[in-house]
Structures are given as structure tokens and as C-alpha cells.
Design a protein around this ligand. Structure first.
Ligand code: SAH
Length: 514
């Protein structure tokens, strides 16, 4: 059976990649081809399978959009080849997105299509700027209006009189070039000049900026600030509620751009934590975890599991590599029957739990010393212990436990290495001069960072703060010529994030921001 092609017209939402619908994301995950434009967040493209073809049809520096006709043909052509095509459009496909034209064309060609709505810019900008588009005390109606300067269809085609007084809240898309005209027309046709106006630029993204004023003074304010598109213009009494309801731009790290250097597998949760605080996070791993050069020692340990009394795991990496190897050697959880499992701390215990193993023991202090204390208390004389660990781990655990009379197997389970790529990206980021801080969560990330950046590292541009998770990392950074500005009292990711917040509470924004 040949596959029949289909086109999904998918709303990507306004920018925040979290604002695509579940259905839209599912379409992306099944796509053979993704056709996308300027306003769809590129981060969403990562949802498509790696082998999917990605076709950009938006504006590129100065050049104009591909003609609509060409896009229509492109969609139809790929669908005819039996492909699943996702046409990813900013916001909602049927709100000023020319989705209607694309759908009509597909219908005309007899090509199957479905439409997945998206969060349109007006709704998103209003929500993130703290402006309820309707509120019983202020307005009961809402209009979405295009303010596009289309030379053939003059703006005068809009029925200004009805718009000005007939609709409560008005939201203009593509209206920046015509801002002067549209504010003037609204006032001329009966809207009070003191009506509040908000302009929200790059809504829902880390670059969101909001400018407020009135129909009378907003044009001058826009000029003064050099406020540019893409932006929506919200007109109406509800705009006044922003002074009570703003939240997005108020988050403690909003407007700050942070570089994190954890390994790809470990960056996610920390990145989310910082983004939740409002930061824009760029992740360039300066460390990668890889298998040991030889599995023999680990495999021997696995073979002896039936006679092993304790298994000690001291990182989430160790947990993942351990279970990978267990599976790769055709074993399953039963291999751990009878073995008591020691996790160094709650994160490691949680990683174990995700694999179906409840840690028997977690020390009070989440360090190697804690593990030794714990086992000393239980008595380990004559016990067999397996401690598979990172290549450069301290030898405290095997040394001390052996001294207590245990028989300890301590094979290298994984190694950390410097990633092959990333140096160029790091140098580009520093050249852009938009970073506010670099965050290091281990000594090795600093060492590799300096190597990857090359000779310029010690002269990080002024204004870039260095954050370190704790004293060993700080010491390494200082030895390599980096000043450390941020270090939490205790070495956890939560405390590191809190220290970053505390630091930026007192830092002015870069020049150029409002
Ligand atoms: N289909 C889209 C609109 C496309 S028209 C939607 O439903 O949102 C393009 C206009 O949308 C821009 O000129 C701007 O007015 C608005 N827009 C889109 N994304 C925006 C964003 N993140 N912030 C502010 N305005 C945005």
C-alpha cells in the first residue's frame, strides 16, 4: 500500500516553545517534511525526526518571503509524494497567517489536510504582558485587526468609525508601520485620546518588551525608544490592568542571558529551573560522558553480583551507565536481587527509582564521606562491595572501605571527556556580547571551557559574570584566570540558581535595554 500524503497546517504558537499544542507537537514528531517561517520558534524543529526535511520559507535578511504561490505548490508537491507534511506557522494558522489560502489551494488540488490551531499572538501577548483582553468591568468585546501596510488594500478600507467605538478591546497585528495612522483614525472617529495602549514585542520570548501609553502619546514613545516589530498593539481600557497583573517580565532573571556548560544529558533540568526564573538559557556542553575504554572490569563486577552485598552508585550518570550495561549484557533487575543498593543522595536515588530500584541506603551527607560513615555503621568486614564509578572519582570510598575489611570492586564505569564541537559556538557567543553570565557546575566543565574557547578565555568580556557551584570549581576557575562572581553557600543546583538570582538582583541591565 502506498502512503497517502497529508498536510497539517499547525499553529506553532507565539514563540515560547511550550505554547504549541500537544497535537501540533505530535504532528511534528511524525513529519517527513516541515515547512516553516520566520515567526515559528526554531526550537520546535527539534521535535521533528532528525531525518525529516526542513524547509524555510520565511524572510531572510532583507529578502522577502517566498511568494505564497510557491509555498502552496511546495506543500502540494510533497503531499503528492505520499509524505506527511507539517506546515508550521507562527501563532494560529487561520489568524492573519494566510493559512486560509494554503488550505483552499490544497482542497482545490484534492490533497488531504488538517488544521491544528495555535495560540495566536494577541492572546499570548496579552497573557504574558498582564492584560486580560476582556474583563467584565471594562469591556465585553474584542477585535483582532490587521494593520498591514498593503499598498493595494489601503488601510482606509477598515471601517474606522465602527472599529473606534463599536469594539471594546482592539488588537492590531502587523501595525507598527502604520501606528501613527491607526491611532489618529481611532481618535478621529471617537475613541478618547487617553485610551490606554500597550505594544508587546516578541511576546512570550526572552526578548519580550512592553511599552505602554495612550492613543495620544504612544507614537512619540515608540519613536523615542526605537520600538520595532514584530509586535501587537493592544488598545483599550483593559491595558490599565497590566500595572497589577504583569508577571512575565517581573521574574527575577528575566532579560538575563546565561550560558550553561553541563553535559547534554544533564543540562535539561537545570536549564528548566533557570528558565522558570525568567532567564534565557544557552546550553553549550563542555563535558560529555562516554563509556570506559574497556568494559571487562565492569562486566566482571556484574558477573559477581550474585555474591555481592552492596552496590554503591554516586551519581545519576553512574546509574544510567550501570543499567545500560546491565541490559547490554542481557541482564535485568533480577541481577540485583539480594544486593543492597546505596545511593549517594536523593538525586541518585530518584534515578534508581526511575529504573525500578528503591535505594536501600542514602547517607545523611550526600558525599563519599557520608557513604563510608553509613557503611562503617553497618559493619562491612568481609562484605563484598561493587562501586562502579567515574574515571576521575576520588579513591576515598574503596580505600576506606578496604581499610574496614571489605572486599571492594571499583571498576571505571564511565569517563568524562571534552566534546569535539562547541568551541566555535562559545567564541561566537562571546563575540555577540549578549551573555550576562557563564555557569559552571564542575571543575571539569571549567577546564574544558577554557580549552574549547582557546586563548581568549581568561579575558571574558566585561559584564559577563562567572558562577561556580562550589569551592573546588571556583578554585579551578581562578587558577585558569577567571574571576568568580557567584558561588552559593552549599553546592546544590537549587542553591546555585538562588545565588544567581541574588547576584542579578543588584545588577543593572546592559546598555541598550529599556
Ligand atoms: N498567525 C500569526 C500572525 C501572523 S501575522 C498569529 O496567529 O499570531 C504577523 C504578526 O503577528 C506580526 O506582525 C505581529 O503583529 C504578530 N506577532 C506574531 N508573533 C508575535 C510575537 N511573538 N509578539 C508580538 N507580535 C507577534
Amino acid at each position: 500500500m502506498t502512503k497517502t500524503g497529508v498536510v497539517y497546517l499547525v499553529g506553532a504558537g507565539p514563540g515560547d516553545p511550550g505554547l504549541i499544542t500537544v497535537k501540533g507537537r505530535d504532528c511534528l514528531r511524525r513529519a517527513d517534511v516541515v515547512v516553516y517561517d520566520y515567526l515559528a520558534n526554531p526550537r520546535l524543529l527539534a521535535e521533528a525526526p532528525p531525518e525529516a526535511e526542513r524547509i524555510y520559507v520565511g524572510k531572510t535578511r532583507g529578502l522577502h518571503h517566498r511568494p505564497q504561490e510557491e509555498i502552496n505548490l511546495l506543500l502540494a508537491e510533497h503531499a503528492r509524494q505520499g509524505k506527511t507534511v507539517v506546515r508550521l506557522k507562527g501563532g494560529d494558522p487561520y489568524v492573519f497567517g494566510r493559512g486560509g489560502e494554503e488550505a483552499l489551494h490544497l482542497r482545490g488540488q484534492g490533497i488531504a489536510f488538517e488544521v491544528v490551531p495555535g495560540v495566536t499572538a494577541a492572546f499570548a501577548a496579552a497573557a504574558y504582558a498582564g492584560i486580560p483582553l476582556t474583563h467584565r468591568d471594562y469591556t465585553t468585546s474584542l477585535g483582532l485587526v490587521t494593520g498591514h501596510e498593503n499598498p493595494e488594500k489601503k488601510m482606509s478600507r477598515l471601517d474606522w468609525e465602527k472599529l473606534a467605538t463599536g469594539v471594546g478591546t482592539l488588537v492590531f497585528y502587523m501595525g507598527m508601520a502604520n501606528l501613527e495612522l491607526l491611532t489618529r483614525e481611532l481618535v478621529r472617529h471617537g475613541r478618547p485620546p487617553e485610551t490606554p495602549v500597550a505594544i508587546v514585542r516578541w511576546a512570550t520570548t526572552p526578548c519580550q518588551r512592553t511599552l505602554t501609553g495612550t492613543l495620544e502619546d504612544i507614537v512619540a514613545k515608540v519613536r523615542k525608544q526605537g520600538f520595532k516589530p514584530p509586535a501587537v498593539i493592544i488598545v483599550g481600557e483593559v491595558v490599565a490592568l497590566r500595572s497589577h497583573l504583569a508577571w512575565f517580565e517581573e521574574r527575577p532573571l528575566f532579560g538575563r542571558r546565561l550560558l550553561i556548560t553541563r553535559s547534554a544529558g544533564q543540562a535539561g533540568a537545570f536549564q528548566q529551573m533557570l528558565e522558570g526564573l525568567g532567564a534565557e538559557v544557552v546550553s553549550v556542553p563542555t563535558i560529555a560522558t562516554v563509556a570506559p575504554l574497556d568494559w571487562a572490569a565492569v562486566d566482571e563486577g556484574l558477573m559477581r553480583l550474585p555474591d555481592t552485598d552492596f552496590l554503591i552508585l554516586t551519581s545519576t550518570n553512574a546509574v544510567e551507565f550501570f543499567f545500560d550495561r546491565l541490559r547490554a549484557t542481557n541482564r535485568d533487575l533480577r541481577a540485583l536481587a539480594g544486593v543492597r543498593v546505596v545511593a549517594v543522595g536523593p538525586k541518585t536515588a530518584a534515578a534508581l527509582a526511575a529504573h525500578g530500584i528503591r535505594a536501600d541506603l542514602v547517607p545523611n551527607t550526600y558525599q563519599a564521606e557520608g557513604v563510608v560513615e553509613l557503611l562503617r555503621g553497618l559493619g562491612v568486614k568481609g562484605k563484598r562491595i561493587l562501586y562502579p564509578h567515574a574515571e576521575l572519582a576520588r579513591d576515598l570510598i574503596p580505600r576506606d572501605l578496604r581499610a574496614l575489611g571489605a572486599e571492594v570492586d571499583a571498576p571505571v564505569l564511565y569517563r568524562t571527556v571534552m566534546p569535539e564541537h562547541g568551541g566555535d559556538e562559545l567564541r561566537r557567543l562571546f563575540a555577540e556580547r549578549t551573555l550576562d553570565a557563564v555557569v559552571f557546575t564542575a571543575s571539569s566543565t571549567v577546564q574544558n571551557f577554557v580549552k574549547m574557547v582557546g586563548k581568549d578565555a581568561p579575558q571574558l568580556p566585561r559584564g559577563v559574570a562567572v558562577a561556580s557551584i562550589g569551592p573546588p570549581t571556583t578554585k579551578t576557575a581562578q587558577k585558569l584566570g577567571l574571576d568568580v562572581h557567584i558561588q552559593p553557600a552549599s553546592s546544590t543546583l537549587d542553591d546555585l540558581a538562588a545565588a544567581v538570582v541574588e547576584y542579578f538582583r543588584h545588577q543593572p541591565f546592559h546598555a541598550g535595554d529599556d
